[in-house]
Design a protein around this ligand. Structure first.
Ligand code: ZN
Length: 348
């Protein structure tokens, strides 16, 4: 009996050492410690022993049982650790949370449009020049052929500053004067972007400002054909090569002759109507205006010191928000300045 117990214990512990899974462990438990297990069967035989051998055999049997149960618990614990380790390293499911990405901002639609304009004129050799938003009356008006009391001043509703003679520029055109001073007497090509201010724009407090881009080319033998080539190329790059472009006579005090540039309407394709209804974008004309332009007036050249007999040039001005509205079908100028994220994030 004692030898059998010792033999059983050795066999059981040996087998337990080879157990590698919870299923195998359970099979081992039933095989040795279960109701029909080998140890249980052996213990049942205790009653058949002679009375003097029973106490010794009973004690040994208990020791064997405790040893196997302890070994079982230890192995179970070790297996559980191994399984958890394997789950963490080999499982297809990664239970770690990814980090939360920060919300990225993007450039405002006005800035994006400005940069597109820079790129188009940059490819035609135009430099970018910036100038002050606070101007004097002489540069903003008088040197551009708009003397005091000239009726053309009604075209610009001006914010005058408390210091006499100073104002917030009403257009980027005074940049033409700064450019000519800067490059005189050399030929040059520049665009002059920036913010302008007019109180006619005010319907809420945020709308007294808007962006313009002025452009100017000065040199010898520059003609109206150069103006038309440059601006038609710009219109096609910005709005699509399928757009028709036309130059319509107009008036500006600082250019002669002057023109407005129109492109065929993007909504109706120049037809003037959509599905039998009058087109709401071009108001039935088939054309939308994109900018004003003209040949530099000799008086403007004289004011800065370029000889109008030797130099010619052209100038143009366009509204950045207007370009974006036409290009993206934006219906209301106020959206550019309201900072409504629902509007702005459409242009990321
Ligand atoms: Zn139309």
């Amino acid at each position: 009996m004692l030898a059998e117990l010792r033999s059983l214990q050795n066999t059981a512990l040996q087998e337990l050492a080879g157990v590698e899974s919870p299923e195998a462990l359970e099979t081992w438990r039933q095989s040795f410690l279960g109701k029909k297990g080998q140890l249980t069967t052996l213990l049942r035989g205790l009653g058949a022993l002679p009375a003097e051998q029973r106490p010794e055999a009973g004690r040994m049997a208990n020791e064997t049982k405790q040893a196997l149960e302890a070994a079982y618990a230890e192995r179970e614990e070790a297996l559980r650790g191994q399984m958890a380790e394997r789950d963490l390293t080999a499982s297809a499911l990664d239970v770690r949370l990814p980090g939360r990405p920060p919300a990225l901002g993007h450039l405002h639609i006005s800035t994006q449009t400005l940069r597109e304009i820079y790129a188009i004129f940059g490819s035609m050799g135009f430099d970018i020049l910036t100038s002050s938003e606070v101007e004097d009356d002489v540069t903003n008006f008088q040197m551009l052929n708009i003397p005091p009391d000239h009726p053309a001043r009604d075209m610009w509703s001006t914010f005058y500053l408390t210091r006499p003679g100073l104002l917030l520029r009403t257009h980027t055109s005074p940049g033409q004067i700064h450019a000519m001073h800067k490059y005189h007497p050399e030929p040059f090509r520049v665009i002059l972007p920036g913010k302008c201010y007019r109180y006619e724009q005010v319907t809420t407090r945020s709308e007294e400002q808007f962006h313009q881009v002025e452009g100017m080319a000065v040199g010898r033998n520059i003609t109206m054909a150069d103006l038309k080539g440059v601006l038609a190329h710009f219109a096609h790059r910005m709005f699509g090569s399928e757009r028709a472009v036309r130059f319509r006579p107009s008036y500006f005090p600082f250019t002669e002759p002057s023109a407005e540039v129109d492109i065929s309407c993007m909504l109706c394709g120049g037809e003037g109507h959509v599905a039998g209804e009058p087109c709401r974008v071009c108001k039935k004309t088939g054309w939308v205006e994109i900018l004003g332009c003209g040949m530099v007036d000799p008086n403007v050249f004289r004011a800065v010191g370029y000889d109008p007999e030797a130099y010619t040039g052209f100038a143009f001005g366009l509204g950045v928000e207007r370009v974006a509205m036409l290009k993206y079908g934006i219906g209301d100028l106020r959206m550019f300045f309201e900072n409504d994220v629902r509007f702005l994030e459409q242009f990321s």
